[in-house]
Each structure stands twice: as structure tokens, then as C-alpha cells.
Design a protein around this ligand. Sequence first.
Ligand code: ADP
Ligand code: MG
Length: 690
Amino acid sequence: MKEILKTFGENLFSLKTMKEIVSSDVYESLVATIYAGKALDSSIAGEVAQAMKDWAIDNGATHYTHWFQPLTGSTAEKHDSFLKPDGKGGAIAQFKASELSMGEPDASSFPSGGLRATFEARGYTAWDPTSPAFLKKVDGVVTLCIPTIFCGYNGEALDMKTPLLRSINVLSEQVCRLGEYFGIDSTDKRASATLGCEQEYFLIDHSFYVERLDLLQTGRTLFGNTPAKHQQLDDHYFGAIKSRILVFMSEVDRELWKLGVPAQTRHNEVCPSQFEIAPLFEELNLAVDHNMIIMEVLRSVAERHGFACLLHEKPFAGVNGSGKHNNWSVTGTDGKNWLTPGDDPHENAKFLAMICALMKAVDTWAPLLRSSVATAGNDHRLGANEAPPAIISIFLGEQLFDVIEQIEKGKAESSKSGGQIAIGISSLPPMPRDATDRNRTSPFAFTGNKFEFRAPGSSQNTSAVNFILNTIVADALEEMCDEIDAAIADGVDFNAALQTCLHEIVKKHKRILFNGDNYTQEWQDEAAKRGLPNLRTTPEALASLVDEDSIALFEKYSILTRAELESRYEVHMEAYRMAIRIEADTAVTMARTLLPLPVIEFQKELATGIKASEEYGCEMKEGKLLLQEISREFENLMAKTKVLENTSIINTEETIAAMNDLRETVDRLEHLTPKELWPLPSYAEMMFMI
Ligand code: ADP
Ligand code: MG
């Protein structure tokens, strides 16, 4: 461990590294940009570039890249060499300020949703100094990666990071404004959102992976029967980790630590061959970048260990899929977590104000929040019989719920059992200190000091989720502060004004609270009665991204313009249609090129066997029935393949139905055909032979 501690962050161009090599003015200027949100002083770029290049080259780098997050949801990089001819027949290593600050990759092939015609291919990347550069080392090839935003010629956002950075500032402004009522001075400081992403994933042996065209092409199995034993016994969850897996996990941790990613927990998940990694939470923008790095490291280390890492939301039907729990909180300019009940009346009032802001935000903008997790892969989790449902609701736990009910009644004085914190003179109720009760079925759960949004899919870039979450919470806070200001202007004292504000919020938005089991039909019925939206599919959910209220919200805070939102909608819809089409085409290819021969082979052998047996006087009644069933299913296979082939990319519902229909036949055939003839590795092999 001592050795590891020494190597923490060694591949990271951190402030700590920089402090040693840049002048103190440049260092102070960067600190002000990173921690106080001051605009970047462009005159420092030259010195930073020089230091960054020297450090990278000392560590073996030959190339640098602007590392950005286009709307594909993954990361993108285009490597440039530091090497420049010196004009005298030799070469020098060079990295100019302009090369650090700005890049111009040919952007014509990145999705822009019509924001930019292909012939106007220019796209620009711009340095994000709030996320440190790092070295990517692959088999001795070292590349300096510089996190950047990515935008078009007129500054239109073409990536995931731009709206996220904008939303972080907007949230900070409103949090600071709330803080003022509580005497928290935010001059030259900024509040930050914090994020800890729990990343679920599957590992299977690489030899099985290459045998499954569906996994290679779509990330999930399109065919396959759930084995007799899978996750029913709950014997995998938190179970002892197999040695081969542990060695893999250990290498993942070490790689991440070198990159300054604070990997913290590792464990077996519910389904066999499913696992989880979670880092310690960090500032939001950094945590999002780190999650992208975690996914990449998982994939590459898996390959080195003879595994394939599956990050799809639903690699296997009939068992749990994978999510990415988005643990979100707010740290104020006092350095404290504002979602922790505090020790004194002031802090509790602030805490309850934040809880109510969340209630108001999530209830008002539930469809928007739902849209942030809408992808083809995630449709297999949300709205299916699996955590969490497509209905957005909040779990607060019994004790906090009780406090909220008291606020609703307008005379909140007592608290249910549990170590209470006296609130003294304030008119707000005492707070339960420990809200550790858990509800695993809730999509948006308060877990004592943060909110855990459980709907994001395992493969997602969480920027999409968090720029929306930040914006809706900022909006709720702004409205609350406006109301409180108006009341104070009318001579009402702050405590009373806050009390009234929270009382009104609870009355209006209490319907969003649900502490029960979210998987039940009763909840679906109850939610419908309460008028909570239940947007089951991606197209339904994405529509809310471009409704007039959403556009007004994002334009109000300059997060995204109408055109940018419309482009995002187009990109996400296209990605959805494409994902379904690729699945359909892959299923057709497999059904045509892999499956017929083995089935006919089996038919032939059966027929021969039956005939031969009959010659010896055997009855062979069941044998004939089996042969008939197989030939019937073979006909179905061909007929259903044709149907699927003829579906259109536009009609996704019809395509999904045709795919499911074909799957039924294929899975039946897998069930009937001898193992040695079936051309695809089985679920049992993939899940258990690791
Ligand atoms: P569980 O599985 O019980 O939900 P874990 O410990 O696996 O919890 O993960 C919880 C995640 O929440 C971790 O990444 C942790 O760092 C993060 N977290 C804890 N406190 C905060 C906070 N204040 N803000 C954001 N994330 C937090
Ligand atoms: Mg969790």
C-alpha cells in the first residue's frame, strides 16, 4: 500500500504537480479559476502549456489530444504529435499556448442534430482547466489528454460538458443566494455540486464474447435462455470475489489511482458475473470525467485479463441489468454539505430548504429528469420489471417524511424517534439525525446526506443527467428566494417567510414523495391517481426535452438554446432509432447465417435416427413429435426473420415487437437443439464460466 500511496495521481497533471513547476502567479490564477469560478486568464496558457508538455514528455508522451465528450455519449480524441521540424533538418518538441487553449478537429462526423451542416464542418475544442490533464498509457504508448469542451463555429454546444459547466455555475449562484439568508458570505467563492457514481458492469470470458455477434455489435444478447440458476439465491451479491476477478479489480483500482481517480469500493453485484465499482465523491465536473475514465479503464484492463467488460444496461434478459447510481449533493461556500441535517436551527432550516427545493424541482420537472436517462439500452430497465421504474418519485425515509408532513400542517414541532437535534428557537422542526433507512426500489432516494438517482444507465455519460438536475434545482431555489425576498420586502421576518415558502412547496409537491415499494402495480395505479407521469419508452421521454417549458427553462439560465435543445433531441432520437435498427439487423444476420444449418443438421440426424429405429420396430412417437416441432420452429424462424427484415427504421415499436417475436422462436430452438450443435455460447456459460 505504501508504494501505491506514492503513485496516486502520478499520471495526472494536478495542481499539486503544477505548483512545483509553474510560477506562483500562474498557480494562483488557476486556483481562482478552479475554485472560485473566475474566468480563465488566457495569458497564463503559454506557461501552463510549456509545463504540461515538459511533464508529459518526461513521462514518455509523444502526443497530446484534446479529450472531449461529443453527443455520442462517449469520449473522443485526435492525437497530435509534439514533434515539429526545426527547419534545419532536425526536430523539436513544441506545444504552444494556442494548442492548449483551442483545437479544431474536423467535426463533420460527430452528431450535431442539424445544428451544423456537414460542409460547415468546423468544430472547436476549448481547454477546461477545472478538470486536470492526464496521461493515458497503453502498452507503452503515452498520450497527454486535455479535457475540453466541444462547440461549433458560433459557440453552439456540440458536447455533453458545455451545458454541464454552465449548469454548475447557475446552481452555484442560487445556492450562494440561499446562503446569504443564513449569513454565509460567498464573495469570491462558489458552491459546488458533488457527485459519486456507482458503476455496475458485467464481465464475461473474452472467448465467449467473440462468439456472440450480438454482443460484439449491440452490447447485449439478442437471443438466449435464462439458465435454471441465475440470481434467485442472492448468493452472488457481496459474495466472496473469485480470484481471477479480484486480480482484475485490483489492477483497475491501481490504474485509476494513478490517474487520480479515487476508486473506493468494489464488490459482486446481484447477478452472477455482475460487479460494481464506486469512487469517493468529487466535484461534479471532475466526477463525470472520472466516470468516463473508469469505464474506459474497465474495458481496457478487462481485455488484458481475457475478459470482455459489458457496460450495456441489459446484457442478459431475465436477470438484473446495470445502472449507474448518481449520488448528488451540494457543498456550500461554507465548505459544508447542505444535504446533511446540521447541529443548529440555522443549519436545519437550510437543510429543509434544500430538501424542499429538491421536491419542487423533481416534481415540476419529472419528465425532463426522465428524459435524461432515456436510451434504447435503459428502456430494458426503466418501465420493465426492474429497478427503478419510469415513474419518478422521491424517497425521503420515514423520519424526514414525518417532518415534511409537519411542515405541511404548518406546526412542525416534534420529530419521530431517532437521535434528534433540537431546533431551539426556530419555528422549523427538530431534525432526525440519522435517516439511514433504505429503499432500493426508489428512483430518487435521500440517503442521509445526498440524493441517489438510480435511473441512469450503466453506459451513460452522466453529464446529461446532471446538467438537468443542476438546472432544475437552481430554478427551484431561485423561485424560493424570489418569494422570500418579496415577503421580507413586505416586512415579514425571514424565519416566517421561509416557513411559509416551505409550507406552500410541501402542499403543492408532496405527491412526489413515495416511501413504499416502487415495483408494485399498486404504485403504478397510485402514481396515475396522483398525476405523476409514467414515460415508459425513450421516444415518449425524450419529447419533454423540447417542450416549450423546458426550452424556456434552459434559455432562462443560458444552459442551452432552443436550437441546441432541438439538436440534442434529434441526436438522441436518431441514436435510439439506430440502436434498434442495428439490433434488428444483427438479429437478422444471426438468424440467417448462424442458426439454420445447425437446426437442419439436427433435423437430419433425428430423421435418420427415427427411420433407423423404426426398422428395428421402435415406435418413435415422441421422436417424431420432436422432429415436427423443430421443423415447425424452423419455419417460424425463417418467417419471423423475414418480418423483422422488412420493418422500417422509423417504426421502432414494430421493430422491437418483431425482434421479440423472433427471439421467442430462437430461444425455443436453443432449448430443443443439442448443445454441441448450437452455435452460440449459452447464458450459463457466459455468466458462470469466468
Ligand atoms: P450504496 O451502495 O449504499 O448506495 P456506496 O457507498 O456504494 O453506497 O456509494 C455511495 C456513493 O455516494 C459513493 O460514490 C460516495 O462517495 C457517494 N457520496 C457520499 N457522500 C456524497 C456526497 N456528499 N455527494 C455526492 N456523493 C456522495
Ligand atoms: Mg447506491
